[in-house]
Design a protein around this ligand. Structure first.
Ligand SMILES: [Zn+2]
Length: 262
């Protein structure tokens, strides 16, 4: 069976619901008291925004609210899509990369951050942000917060700083696989190793589904699941394109990871 299709995604969500998890947005996680067993669905809209509209519709049909992070670059930004996803009841957040846009100049980066946040707030009252990993960039977007404080801008949460990954398992489809932390430059959390030690490492979506069918609430009380909706499609042509492109990109990313380790 092909992985990373909308059918697989739907199956994953249904299984999580049946296992007893509630779905909450990043904003709800930061602002409200939340249920003991929850999943935050985070979507990084890196490109092809219309793909995000399809996952947003699918989630809406299942009564699920997710968090969609948009970049302010042409390949991600689309007002029509932002408004449509908002109107389905999902959260909209800012997928920031201002440090790499100005080559690490923090003063210019924070000004740009403010501008971009205001641009997105014209369509949604954004309260959470999330770093865009930009694996080929020398700059880590999060370094901006060594000098500045995002709370100053009315931001209540950034997953890499504000989610307690000791209790919340982090799963991401980075690298078009669920164990992509091996090839990921920035999209990973320090607690990954501890979760791996407990056997919580998956490659295919079907492996997560199978595991979740055992209703593992006591082992995995909560989760953040990150997806890049551009790679989830039922159509064979774009699906093959994503498969080939991502295999190539993983080779490049592995090179950057090894370079950083040296
Ligand atoms: Zn991204």
């Amino acid at each position: 069976m092909r992985d990373f299709t909308l059918n697989q995604y739907r199956q994953l969500l249904l299984t999580l619901q049946q296992a007893g998890y509630c779905f909450i947005t990043m904003e709800q996680y930061c602002r409200e008291s939340h249920p003991q067993h929850f999943v935050i669905l985070r979507h990084d809209v890196d490109k092809r925004p219309f793909y995000s509209l399809r996952t947003a519709q699918l989630e809406h049909e299942l009564g699920i609210h997710a968090s969609y992070y948009f970049r302010v670059v042409p390949q991600s930004w689309n007002v029509e899509v932002i408004e449509a996803i908002r109107d389905l009841g999902h959260e909209i957040g800012y997928h920031y990369e201002d440090m790499s846009l100005v080559h690490g100049d923090t003063t210019r980066a924070v000004t740009l951050f403010e501008q971009h946040l205001a641009q997105l707030r014209a369509y949604y009252p954004v309260t959470t942000i999330c770093m865009h990993g930009a694996p080929t960039s020398a700059y880590d977007g999060r370094d901006l917060w060594k000098t500045y404080d995002y709370h100053t801008y009315g931001i209540v949460g950034e997953p890499y700083f504000d989610v307690n990954f000791d209790h919340t398992l982090y799963l991401t489809d980075t690298g078009r696989r669920w164990d992509g932390y091996r090839v990921s430059v920035r999209d990973k959390v320090p607690q990954q190793q501890e979760w791996n030690r407990q056997g919580l490492t998956f490659h295919h979506t079907s492996e997560i589904v199978r595991y979740m069918e055992s209703k593992p609430l006591s082992k995995v009380p909560s989760m953040m699941i990150t997806t890049h909706p551009q790679r989830w499609t039922n159509a064979l042509g774009p699906w093959l394109q994503e498969l080939i492109l991502q295999t190539f990109k993983n080779t490049i990313k592995r090179f950057y990871v090894q370079k950083n380790l040296k």
